[in-house]
Design a protein around this ligand. Structure first.
Ligand SMILES: *[C@@H]1O[C@H](CO)[C@@H](O)[C@H](O)[C@H]1NC(C)=O
Ligand SMILES: *[C@@H]1O[C@H](CO)[C@@H](O)[C@H](O)[C@H]1NC(C)=O
Length: 244
């Protein structure tokens, strides 16, 4: 092969490789000691939402996708085969969350993602409380879109919020056992926590209690500390439930 032909082959190869890198890949691993049921809104077409401890799954995401990923806990069918979960339930009576986008049953730790080609905006949000510890770690990549510079940071909430959950926010199952911690907005329905009052949205004693143990998560609707990161060029985004 002459030099020119070699170079053009190399160019095609490089284009193929970089074309492949455009797709956003999520690795989602359940390191919890218990089974969880993945859920996403909009639905991601996952055929088997039930993930035993140790499950690692790869998702190739659409070119553009904007939505939330969370874990449902303690799910089961009742005698008439109506499927429901103690936290994060999709309220559809079935394992898959396909259907009209119902708000899930809170509390649930949310991973919010905005995918626009190779740029991924990500946050861990406690705006609807906390059920399962979660971390997102971009593999490589760099910050873009005015969200900072340098490597794409890890964002997580891995402390068990249950230990600091104020009694008025505790979520329980029908037997009265703790299942998660509600956000102040969801539990107390006070517009000042939901930031629906029109005035500037401020941190409050509840969001501050969350912040103390989960400093990298967003803890009230206007929380911008850390900023909403936008990452480009990461090989994958590793999402871990109950990281060890
Ligand atoms: C199962 O749950 C559904 C929804 O809550 C309810 O309508 C139905 O009656 C339940 N079935 C039994 C046998 O408890
Ligand atoms: C992301 O997960 C994959 C698959 O488990 C692993 O090979 C890779 O090293 C991880 N990267 C980071 C930065 O954790």
């Amino acid at each position: 092969m002459d030099r020119k032909a070699f170079l053009s082959h190399l160019l095609i190869l490089l284009l193929l490789i970089s074309g492949g890198q455009c797709e956003v890949k999520l690795f989602i691993e359940n390191q919890c000691s218990y089974t969880v049921w993945f859920a996403a809104n909009p639905a991601d077409g996952d055929a088997n939402a039930e993930k035993a401890p140790g499950t690692l799954e790869i998702f190739i995401m659409p070119d553009t996708w904007s939505g939330s990923i969370w874990a449902r806990t303690k799910c089961s069918n009742n005698e008439s085969f109506y499927f429901s979960c103690e936290t994060g339930d999709c309220n559809l009576g079935s394992v898959d969350c396909q259907g009209p986008p119902n708000p899930p049953t809170y509390p649930a730790t949310f991973l919010n993602l905005g995918i626009d080609k190779s740029v991924v905006t990500y946050e861990v949000s406690l705006n609807h409380g906390f059920n399962v510890p979660m971390r997102i770690r971009p593999d490589g990549g760099s910050l873009t879109g005015g969200s900072g510079s340098g490597p794409c940071p890890v964002v997580d909430c891995i402390a068990d919020i249950g230990n600091v959950c104020p009694p008025e926010l505790v979520a329980t199952n029908k037997d009265g056992a703790y299942v998660g911690c509600n956000s102040a907005c969801d539990a107390l329905k006070d517009p000042k926590y939901c930031c629906t009052e029109g005035q500037a949205c401020q941190p409050n004693q509840y969001s501050q209690a969350f912040k103390k143990v989960c400093g990298l998560a967003h803890t009230y609707p206007a929380d911008n500390n850390p900023p909403l990161y936008k990452c480009t060029g990461a090989i994958s985004y590793n999402i871990t439930l109950c990281p060890l």
